[in-house]
Design a binder for this molecule. Structure first.
Ligand SMILES: NC(=O)c1ccc[n+]([C@@H]2O[C@H](COP(=O)([O-])OP(=O)(O)OC[C@H]3O[C@@H](n4cnc5c(N)ncnc54)[C@H](OP(=O)(O)O)[C@@H]3O)[C@@H](O)[C@H]2O)c1
Length: 277
């Protein structure tokens, strides 16, 4: 495993397991398999409703707490100074932890300034080692850092071969924020996983297309959270630190960017998320 140093000095594994859309039973099975394969970073969210299952799985995983890196996310309906502190406590209790490694504001909506002030305080109290954001686009990210004390350690954005986030990574790097990719495999989109450019590169290295994608992101110093419920895929997805892509291969992948992804600047996205529980 390779690590990336956050602006807090914390060492974050470059690749971790995301448990979005996993049932409690799937979390209970996937986490030990992931630990066995070498994963140490686990990414959940209050909105995934499986923080309790993740907490139980890590409590019995046999790895010392300080070797684990646990991320959760604050749902935008829980933003605002007071509500954020309450929501943080709920997440911490469900996870059975006495500190979080990383807490992210999940969406750039509602009172995220109040939420950020609460997270800044929790960070300063040592209860959250690093704080960050997710789905923050350049304008809101720039505004947030201009008007607050703590610069986000991480901005978690969708990033995969059809949505490469080159500009977002450059902006984040300028301010010392690490870009972390969600849905790095485009949620298994067959058009991505069968793309001829990626297949040629995979064949040249004797690797799978998912491994090439995860290597390409981590080689760019984009951290990733990737999901699988299958032990063989979990093991393959983390086995990406023993080979390197050439400059020509990195350049070839750059040509297939479509800058295509969800749009949190579209009011319809807010409407859709507001309609969720
Ligand atoms: N911040 C946010 O707003 C946000 C949004 C979405 C996701 N996330 C985070 O990002 C994590 C990953 O994103 P994601 O779960 O949406 O998508 P993803 O990791 O890109 O893709 C997961 C899908 O790909 C399949 N898969 C995994 N490894 C594979 C392999 N080696 N070969 C073929 N298929 C493979 C999985 O199937 P199996 O499970 O059947 O193997 C699953 O259907 C999430 O779990 C979550 O932690 C964050």
């Amino acid at each position: 495993m390779e690590y990336i140093t956050l602006n807090t000095g914390a060492q974050m594994p470059k690749l971790g397991l995301g448990v979005f859309q996993m049932s409690d039973e799937e979390v209970a099975a996937a986490v030990p398999a992931a630990i066995e394969a070498g994963y140490r970073l686990f990414d959940t969210a209050s909105r995934y409703y499986n923080e309790g299952a993740l907490g139980k799985a890590i409590a019995t995983c046999g790895v010392p707490r300080e070797e684990l890196f646990i991320t959760t996310k604050l749902w935008f309906k829980d933003y605002g100074y007071e509500r954020t502190k309450e929501a943080f406590r709920v997440s911490l209790d469900l996870l059975g932890l006495d500190y979080l490694d990383l807490d992210l504001m999940h969406q750039p909506f509602n009172d995220y300034y109040g939420a950020w002030r609460a997270l800044e305080e929790l960070h300063e109290q040592g209860l959250i080692r690093s704080i960050g954001v997710s789905n923050f686009y350049p304008d809101r990210y720039a505004d947030l850092i201009q008007h607050n004390r703590v610069v986000p350690a991480v901005n978690q954005r969708q990033a995969h071969p059809f949505n490469q986030q080159i500009d977002a990574q450059a902006q984040a790097a300028e301010h010392g924020t690490v870009l972390q990719a969600w849905s790095p495999l485009a949620q298994g989109n067959p058009e991505v996983l069968n793309h001829p450019v990626l297949r040629v590169i995979a064949e040249a290295h004797g690797k799978s297309v998912p491994q090439v994608i995860l290597r390409w992101l981590t080689q760019r110093d984009v951290a990733v959270v990737v999901k699988s419920t299958h032990a063989d895929r979990l093991a393959a997805n983390i086995d990406v630190f023993g080979f390197a892509l050439s400059d020509a291969e990195m350049a070839a992948i750059a040509t297939i960017d479509r800058k295509e992804g969800p749009d949190h600047q579209d009011p319809a996205m807010l409407e859709r998320l507001l309609a969720l529980e």
